[in-house]
Design a protein around this ligand. Structure first.
Ligand SMILES: Nc1ncnc2c1ncn2[C@@H]1O[C@H](COP(=O)(O)OP(=O)(O)O)[C@@H](O)[C@H]1O
Ligand SMILES: [Mg+2]
Length: 224
């Protein structure tokens, strides 16, 4: 069953008189439980596509159905509500809040959802445990290794029990051994039935994924 579907998605950036055609008409159905790697050369539109899937930006043209709803034309406030309830993000550079502890970082999405402090703490603590950081719960990001910081980011991405987890180069800043650990964590989320879409240059990630979609010049050139 498709939980997300884009139809003729176009994104054109306008920079003064210059138009950049980042996406030139992308059609893709994302099924529940998909574990998808998005690959392709630099500048082919991968990050633009991921940002649209994550409701961080809106397309110039085309539709994006998330569940039943076409989210391509929503206001900023509506998009932020969708991000808060439906999407989990993992970034190459972790994007943790330095002033907050591990468990507090994981609580951030729950805070935005208006969950109670008690419920949030219980859930965040369980998630910290799930990613192997039970003994680091009160540490700050700068006290952690890169791999541990990415584990926190993965736990945070899981906190709102999202429809889709989106990752942009999740192993890009990590050495290969640590990248392998992070990949094992993504694999285990996939085995739990989570829908995961990851942009990557890393062939190991692509091998783990069940579906590889390649972009070229703003279009999908293969989907296997
Ligand atoms: N915010 C932006 N403003 C203008 N052009 C952009 C912007 N973001 C991306 N682009 C351009 O859109 C094209 C696709 O970029 P991007 O989606 O980042 O590709 P990829 O992630 O595959 O490297 C590139 O030509 C890039 O320069
Ligand atoms: Mg990119």
């Amino acid at each position: 069953m498709a939980i997300a579907q884009v139809v003729d998605l176009v994104k054109t950036y306008r920079m003064g008189a210059v138009e950049v055609h980042a996406l030139r008409g992308v059609d893709l159905a994302i099924n529940e439980g998909d574990y998808m790697a998005i690959m392709g050369p630099s500048g082919s539109g991968k990050s633009t596509f991921l940002n649209l899937l994550g409701c961080l930006d809106t397309p110039t043209r085309g539709s994006y159905f998330l569940g039943e709803q076409d989210v391509a034309r929503l206001s900023d406030a509506q998009l932020s509500h969708i991000r808060c309830h439906r999407i989990g993000f993992i970034f190459q550079s972790y994007n943790l809040i330095q002033q907050l502890s591990v468990v507090e970082n994981i609580e951030v999405p729950l805070y935005y959802q208006g969950r109670s402090a008690h419920e949030s703490r219980l859930r965040a603590t369980a998630l910290a445990e799930q990613v192997g950081l039970a003994d680091r719960a009160t540490h700050r990001p700068h006290e952690l290794s890169g791999g541990q910081q990415q584990r926190v980011a993965i736990a945070r991405a899981m906190a709102n029990d999202p429809f889709i987890i989106l990752a942009d180069e999740p192993t890009g800043n990590l050495d290969s051994a640590t990248g392998t650990e992070i990949l094992a964590l993504l694999d285990s989320l996939s085995q739990q039935g989570k829908t995961i879409i990851t942009v990557t240059h890393d062939e190991h990630v692509a091998t783990s994924a069940h579906r590889v979609v390649r972009f070229g010049d703003g279009r999908i050139v293969s989907d296997t």
